[in-house]
Design a protein around this ligand. Structure first.
Ligand code: ADP
Length: 441
């Protein structure tokens, strides 16, 4: 028999007993019904009394021991006591976990701010209070964009993609802070704040050093190349001297190229904000680049694939330098019998793509992820021979980054490569097509 059946049977037998006692008392008093009513009344009063004790104890259970009641009421009370104990145990554990969590986040060296769907601050730890000048509970509910008043920060908050942190320099106190958003459930977001002043300072020192060293190298190099040119212009120069002098001149030009590329990179590195938004006529630029290639001796064929007349909103000198770097590379690595195709096209989502495809020697897949690293060369000897500084693609990547653009490289060894620059829609301006017949060749 189960416990509940046993209890029901026990209750029923007790009720029968009380009823029988009542009937007996009723018979003795001369009325059976009076006895029945009396016994049922007593039974009901007993139940009500137990219910009252239970209610009293539940209201003040923290101060009183549970009532010592036999039978079903006793079972109910002991079950309530068990449930209550279990609840208290889980509450304690949860509180303990919360306490540990809050202690560990407070001990983090980085600031953590919890933002709700409206970007209002709902919680922050001690380092965040220190770094952002938050004062206490009073600052909860404050919009974070009212606290960090910087247009770049507002743009960053509105972005949907937070893989890269945003570094901002604050003047009072003079610190560089890195902000990174980590989205989690239901539109809630974590804002991680880190003091990166030291890293920024070291990076600035490195950049300044490279820029100064490159700048200092320029004058002696100009003197050397000038003298070499003068010496080589002498027709009476002995042949055994001419050859080493020509090699010296070649190397001096190469050094000049490296110094210029380093200076370009330093300038780009120092540029904190997004590039300007001049209207760049990419179609005209493609024509210039093509003409430039055709003017070189032993050049491959150049085809244009102009699919749009949309203008690119960007920094014209930077864009020209990036595109000509890609074209230069294609020329360097494509034989005379090959073809280079310059393509300018709109994509369905409003973005635009400039690509340089060649039918040259291609690049093995293991090199692709490292191509844009400074001084990374696939074939060092051949690249040096071709006069490459190893900085070209680093410059391209840097210019594109300042335009919010990315570079993609597809290549098949032996068949050729395609370098594509993908510009976001905000960098593209659609114009009424003046020419219905684009100069495709
Ligand atoms: P470099 O100035 O030496 O050309 P880059 O940064 O422009 O340096 O290019 C890095 C390396 O990528 C080059 O050394 C070259 O091996 C490879 N590379 C770049 N463009 C191409 C291309 N179109 N075809 C084959 N290899 C290329």
């Amino acid at each position: 028999m189960t416990q509940s059946l046993r209890t029901a049977w026990f209750l029923l037998s007790r009720l029968m007993l009380v009823l029988a006692a009542g009937m007996l008392a009723g018979l003795m008093l001369g009325s059976l019904w009076v006895g029945v009513i009396l016994s049922l009344g007593v039974a009901l009063a007993w139940q009500l009394l137990n219910l009252f004790w239970l209610d009293e104890w539940l209201r003040h259970r923290n101060r009183h021991d549970p009532p010592d009641t036999p039978g079903l009421w006793g079972d109910v009370i002991s079950q309530v006591v068990r449930l209550h104990r279990r609840k208290r145990y889980h509450k304690e554990r949860l509180l303990q976990v919360l306490r540990e969590l809050s202690q560990s986040t407070a001990a983090l060296p980085d600031g953590v701010v919890v933002l709700n769907a409206l970007d209002e601050i709902t919680w922050f730890n001690q380092p965040a209070a220190r770094l952002l000048g938050l004062r206490g509970r009073g600052d909860r509910g404050l919009r974070v964009s009212n606290l960090v008043r910087d247009p770049q920060f507002r743009d960053y908050l509105g972005r949907g993609e937070f893989a890269e942190p945003l570094v901002l320099r604050r003047t009072e106190p003079d610190v560089s802070l890195s902000f990174q958003i980590v989205p989690y459930s239901d539109g809630q977001r974590l804002l991680m704040v880190r003091d990166v002043s030291r890293q920024v300072q070291l990076e600035t020192m490195r950049r300044d050093f490279v820029a100064n060293a490159s700048h200092e190298l320029r004058s002696p190099l100009t003197v050397v190349t000038g003298h070499l040119e003068l010496l080589l212009s002498d027709d009476a120069l002995a042949e055994d001297v001419r050859s080493p002098l020509q090699e010296m001149q070649r190397q001096a030009y190469r050094m000049n190229g490296i110094v210029n590329d380093l200076l370009d990179l330093s300038r780009l590195d120092a540029q904190a904000r997004e590039a300007a938004s001049d209207e760049v006529d990419v179609v005209a630029l493609c024509a210039i680049l093509r003409k430039d290639v055709l003017a070189r001796p032993g050049h491959p064929a150049v085809a244009l694939s102009v699919e749009t007349h949309a203008r690119l909103l960007g920094d014209e000198p930077g864009i020209l330098s990036a595109f000509s770097n890609l074209v230069d590379n294609a020329v360097k690595h494509t034989p005379e019998s090959g073809v280079i195709t310059l393509r300018w096209a709109l994509l369905p989502d409003g973005a635009a793509q400039f690509s340089v495809a060649d039918t040259g020697r291609g690049i093995a897949p293991e090199h692709l992820p490292r191509l844009a690293e400074r001084f990374y060369r696939v074939d060092t000897g051949r690249s040096r021979e071709a006069g490459g500084s190893g900085l070209g693609l680093a410059i391209v990547k840097n210019v594109l980054m300042h335009h919010g653009a990315t570079i993609d490289v597809q290549s098949t060894p032996g068949a050729g490569s395609t370098f594509s620059c993908l510009f976001p829609a905000r960098r593209v301006k659609i114009v009424a097509e003046e020419r219905t017949d684009p100069p495709n060749e």
